[in-house]
Design a binder for this molecule. Sequence first.
Ligand code: NAD
Length: 911
Amino acid sequence: MIGITSYGGYIPRLRLNRMSIFQSMGWFAPAIVMVAQGERSFCNWDEDTITMAVEASRDCLKGMDKSKVDAHYMCSTTLPFADRSCAGLVKTVLNLRDDIIAEDFTASLKCGTSALITALDAVKGGERRNILVTASDKREAKAAYFYEMWFGDGAASLLVGDTDVIAEYKGSYSVSHDFVDHFRGSWNEYDYMWEERWVRDEGYSKIIPEAVTGLFHKLSISMDDVDTLVFPCFFKAEHRKIAKKLGAAPEKVMDNFHEACGETGAAHPFVMFVSALEKAKPGDRILMAGFGQGCDALYFQVTDNIEKLPARKGISGCLENKKTVDNYPKFLKFRDLIKTEMGIRAEAPTQTAMTVLWRNRKMLMGLIGGKCTACGTAQFPKMDICVNPDCNAVDTQEDYEFADEPAFIKSFTGDLLAVSVDPPAIYGMIQFENGGRFMADFTDCELGDVSVGQKVSLTYRRRYVDKERGFSGYFWKAIPIPGTAPEVGEQEGMRFDGKVAVVTGAGAGLGRSYALELARRGAKIVVNDLGGAPDGSGKGSKSAADKVVDEIKELGGEAVANYDSVATPEGGQSIVDSAIKAFGKLDIVINNAGILRDKTIVKMEPENWDAVIDVHLKGAYNVTRPAFSKMRENRYGRIVLTTSAAGLYGNFGQTNYSAAKVGLIGFMNTLKLEGEKHNIKVNTVAPAAATRLTKDILPPDLLEKMKPEFVTPLVLYFSSDQCEDNGLIINAGMGYFNRAAIVTGPGTVIGGGTSVPSLEDIHKNWKAINSLEGAEEFPNATAAFGPMLDAFSPKKKADAGEAGSELTVKGIFDGLPNAFQADQAAGADVVFQFDISGPAGGVWYATIKEGTCEVSEGSHSSPTTTIRMADNDFVKLITGELNAMSAFTSGKLRIEGDLMKAQLIGKLFKF
Ligand code: NAD
């Protein structure tokens, strides 16, 4: 079997909010607003086609044996060298073998798919076994051109081979036409585009179907045999139409990513294909087409191996890791599209000595240093003598790759005097955890977010462009990884000295990890555990708690064991008494003990229901009640509860467990209020970890990554002095943390509070009742009752016309005819529909014709433009508190229909 054996992707972190192009250039090219939705990706100043290709290839080769790659094909229409093998450059950076073919495919947007077919043919022919095919593009367009909006930068890589195939290659079909929708002369900077309508009608919508139906005939298949259809086309409507013409239902068609990153040129078929593979299940059939002077269509079927592929960033990871900017001039500067004064220092010569580059290619391109074979010390750069003072062996160094080694920041500076496209230049010493260090430039970061101790990843980036000679010079730089910086003062660590903690169910799994880490940081621990079976059956054994107490003592900590069950009030009391007896007080309670008795509802006998409720829900009550009374005396307490995704979101076969776990949320919501004035904070963790409770449910490779230790820091944070929060629910697993909360929608009033709404009224208004748009979180039940009372308060009901009353939505529409500027309305013939959600909202439309404005309540059958907003935001917009452009870009203001006409509103109405 031959096909795809791995994939990788890279989209630069920077995204330009397309509206910012319109904001800067709309005065000149107003029509670009039509494609100004979402964001486009763009390269940092030090990124280009080569650096993106390196990142996509590294992602693709994750967990693969690089020494087995027999060829590298690099595909792009924007290679930085017209005569220097870019594939060869990337191959050297990746430290692939020397005895391979490295070749560039270029000059057409379908060069990626053509290279892929060539690679698959080569593997099929048996000449080579593993070929890396990388497509990358960074295309330029003139300012304020549609294409500036449509284009994005990106790269993707596919590994082709004959073993461990994740998507089997079934066949391909290609057509070649000299159809010139655009071209770029060898001496030109920008593409020259032909008329869009012609490109759409004669190009995309004829040539793509020609190749796809050709493939159907060749393989005797039809659209019924395709689960996902991947083809690039930045004309959104045409993309849909072509799919429809080919008989593909909308759910089969891969999104063209206009909103997320834009079209990434030659890389785009691969970017979309990688994204399809990320979502694919074994058995899925994917058809990918690449367009450009013809079309290639390829057909694949996903195999079981896809589930064994090691985790990688991929396209989805890159799309999540983004920094959106509104600074359009910055985008232009980063692409060298505006001239700025760089100062005399920038005139320093940048000629690259090819002799040095060749001699030191392993170090300069492959980031290869040395490792001493005598003592194992790693060092960069590689030298004849080992740097370890206890070794100093001579000629013992072997090659050692540093690019994927873990590293952190030793020191750094932000230098405003150094020449930089993005000042200040940030650089510093990075230390590899397994030995070796060097001075590195930092990239993809802001000075304020960098700190000593923060982890970094390494990336191959451009350092300079020698414009005189047309040469780009590259080296490795460090990217500080967000969220890995030690907190201020944490070098010594957040400590729990003098604190006493009870951890229930601490004999195993998560509880054991919490107890050990608390003890390591100075707390005295009551290790409670009954030592029963996972379903709570059996007599229980003391050994579980005793073992953890021994572990803590070995660490030099203090702990006592308690073997009581949390499931009875006596047990709870005794656990708290153990703390008081051994250590004289109690500061922290982590309610963690748990069992499972999964059964579907009909088979859920009362004893299984009760046992689970007793341990989780009543257990928390049994321990917390006596603990709370001790904490209240000390005016200090930290209580942690343990819920579960099963309760928060539901999980088949766990009604007992889900009920108990979400019951704890209600327990917390009220307890947090009772604890407030005594400095007692209550928070809840929803863990996901590999323990005996999950070992049979989760796949083995996932269990590997889900160590309880990943949850522990969050629980310790909830237990710390630093935690000022109360009533939070945080999901935690594998180092991923996110907050869950109960939120309440804005709701709607039906019947004005005077007449009882009918059943039909409920049906009619279901959308508004059910809406969570603008949903809010409330600190307590009284606050949650507020909006209901508010909806009928005189303030909400007042009309704008009434003296002294506040402006309301209804008041605004009543006053709209007065705000109308008839002198500005010459020639205007439009209907604006306003759909305002929320308790004070409603539906109105304004008809502007022949210099008059008529406002009516209700919906118009064919409005020119529809404006949708929440009531509060609408009032803010009218009173000038909210800016229309930021409301639009943040999604608070949604416009449907004719976007251009919406711009008339500001001119036609003055409040
Ligand atoms: P675990 O089985 O490894 O640990 C639970 C411990 O609780 C065991 O040592 C057990 O002996 C003890 N225990 C059970 N009943 C007890 C009782 N009546 N009195 C005292 N001790 C008792 O499981 P774990 O995964 O570490 O679970 C810890 C908590 O996290 C549980 O509340 C569980 O529901 C919750 N949780 C775990 C996950 C996960 O992914 N592991 C997910 C959601 C919630």
